[in-house]
Design a protein around this ligand. Structure first.
Ligand code: FRU
Length: 475
């Protein structure tokens, strides 16, 4: 039976320069790669409703990481090896071919949410437009014996003369872990074992979803989405978390020595990242800009979820910095509006506009300086606020539709740099060149403007750009 895609019934929360599906539900980014002149990104996609359902791989491509063209779904579930869903995975390019690795999802029994099993599959493409599932699927039939049924989200990379696949999984003690496989030809895979297991559920989770693995500055980074970490008053406050370890993988034993888990983004909406290395050697990441079980008012309008803007990851010491990719300057319309060194107690910084980039430099020469940024509607109602408190060098993010907050610290400096990307119903905030980042959705049907307030009076320099809001096209 062929169903029609769900129609969009309102544009009120649709984003202007972020990747979204034409309509329907999306979650994780998948298969991010560069192939024959285009960046390709795929995403977990359910076209027939604004809720999660049998997963397809939605697809978009771009020549410049700015203008995106949505294409027909690359993978549709329902074949024997992916009967109930084509779950998350990755891509690799070899001999002028694109290979997609994905998890086949299968329910059994009464189809209850925990009655499932998973296997790993391959698809390929010569042109990045037409995809063929591999006739020899599955490439990994079943989870290893020392695993539970949680066995998904393959990420594949090449190291020297072999290919490696890391999978998110759970051991028999119900601790999250990442397991490793090796292959010479992308089709036959040999199980090496667990790279690393969670120390405890409270500290590191019961399941690790969407693992990603890469090297920066000579260090091996495992970026992943653990479920089950216990929230503390200021950390790990999202339902599921997203963060990383820094360490070293011994390729001869498959063991990964690593440090502590650190969150990558401090906002409400950031999960299930997917990275790739660009032809010029940068590590770029996309995330799903949402969180499982969050309230998503756009579902009423026939869609749900979006990806973040693409961001470059860099490592300083053992800390991952995240910044908008440099290509995004092409989103700016015109030369922008620049203001220098205004001392203000309360001031409207931006116009009421849905698609903006705002750069703010705040001089901290005054001691004990606190300030607050807010997105307000024309009646003065705060929709999102970001407060800085000098006492702990801490930022606190709040939304008017949630009663909790998110926290992030910075190192002490004499100037705070903020770069904000505002897009109709999303806000991404990069602080001090990506040291601390917050990503969040917000919902208001009225136009919003950015304000700054400080009891002490604050010295600011601003640059404001209206951004192009028609850079994502749909079939
Ligand atoms: C993460 C995740 C993955 C899975 C996919 C299913 O958000 O749960 O582990 O492959 O979503 O859509």
């Amino acid at each position: 039976m062929v169903c029609d895609n769900i129609p969009l019934t309102s544009e009120r929360f649709r984003l202007g320069y972020h990747i979204m599906a034409p309509s329907g539900w999306i979650n994780d980014p998948n298969g991010f790669c560069y192939f024959k002149g285009y960046y390709h990104i795929f995403y977990q996609y359910h076209p027939y409703s604004a809720k999660w359902g049998p997963m397809h791989w939605g697809h978009a491509r771009s020549k410049d990481l700015v203008h995106w063209e949505n294409l027909p779904p690359a993978l549709v579930p329902g074949d024997r090896e992916d009967k109930d869903g084509c779950f998350s995975g990755s891509a690799i390019i070899k001999d002028e071919m694109m290979y997609l690795f994905y998890t086949g999802h299968h329910y059994y029994g009464d189809g209850g949410p925990e009655y499932f099993w998973q296997n790993q599959n391959l698809a390929y493409s010569h042109d990045g437009l037409h995809f063929q599932k591999y006739e020899g699927n599955p490439i990994i039939k079943a989870a290893p014996k020392d695993n539970t049924h949680h066995f998904r989200d393959p990420k594949v990379w090449q190291h020297e003369h072999a290919y490696y696949m890391i999978l998110g999984s759970q051991n028999q003690q119900e601790l999250g872990r990442a397991i490793l496989y090796r292959s010479k030809d992308l089709k036959e895979w040999e199980y090496i074992g667990s790279m690393s297991d969670a120390k405890s559920i409270e500290e590191e989770g019961f399941m690790w979803e969407c693992p990603d693995f890469f090297n920066l500055e000579g260090k091996d980074i495992l970026l992943f989405s653990p479920q089950g970490i216990k929230a503390s008053p200021k950390e790990h406050r999202n339902l599921y978390n997203l963060g990383y370890f820094v360490g070293k993988l011994d390729y001869s034993t498959g063991k990964y020595e690593r440090g502590e888990f650190k969150e990558l983004d401090k906002g409400f909406d950031f999960y299930a990242t997917q990275t790739m290395e660009t032809p010029d050697g940068r590590r770029i990441v996309f995330a799903w800009m949402a969180m499982w079980e969050s309230n998503m008012p756009e579902q009423e309008d026939g869609w749900a979820g979006a990806l973040t803007i693409p961001r470059e990851l860099t490592l300083k010491g053992d800390h991952l910095y995240m910044n908008p990719v440099k290509e995004l300057v092409a989103l700016r319309q015109g030369a922008g509006d620049h203001h220098q060194q205004l001392v203000v107690k309360s001031r409207q910084v931006s116009p009421y506009d849905a698609s903006l980039e705002v750069l703010l430099k705040i001089s901290m020469y005054q001691q004990n300086l606190d300030f607050k940024l807010s997105l307000k509607d024309e009646r003065g109602k705060n929709v999102v606020t970001l407060c800085y408190s000098h006492e702990e060098n801490e930022f606190i993010l709040r939304r008017n539709d949630r009663d909790d907050a998110r926290f992030g610290n910075i190192q002490l400096v004499d100037k705070i740099d903020l770069q904000l990307f505002i897009d109709t119903s999303s806000l991404e905030i990069f602080i001090n060149e990506g040291e601390t980042v917050f990503s969040t959705r917000y919902y208001s049907e009225n136009p919003l403007a950015l304000w700054i307030e400080s009891d002490q009076g604050v010295s600011i320099e601003t640059e404001i750009y209206t951004l192009h809001d028609n850079v994502v096209s749909f079939p």
